[in-house]
Ligand binder design. Structure first.
Ligand SMILES: [Zn+2]
Length: 87
């Protein structure tokens, strides 16, 4: 009996017993009190992940632009050299 009580909690929203392993009540979807902090942590981690992913994408574009600028400079130098050779 004691062991059973430890592995099961009662949903504060619908009153059904749920396995402690669950983060959300499978019956009504309420975040279980014992996991509320964990759910918040997961949510904040997801929130933080968004901007970081975007920043990473912008960083890649910045790098690409730098590379393109370099290629452009190299090309114009190459063309200038060719032009001077022709004339
Ligand atoms: Zn519930």
């Amino acid at each position: 009996m004691g062991e059973y009580m430890q592995s099961v909690i009662v949903c504060r929203s619908c009153g059904r017993t749920i396995d402690k392993e669950f983060i959300y009540c499978p019956w009504c979807g309420t975040v279980l009190a014992e996991h509320e902090q964990g759910a918040e942590l997961i949510q904040s981690a997801i929130d933080r992940l968004g901007p970081v992913q975007q920043k990473g994408c912008y960083g890649r574009i910045d790098r690409m632009e730098t590379t393109l600028q370099q290629i452009e400079e190299d090309l114009s130098l190459f063309i200038a050299r060719n032009d001077s050779r022709v004339t």
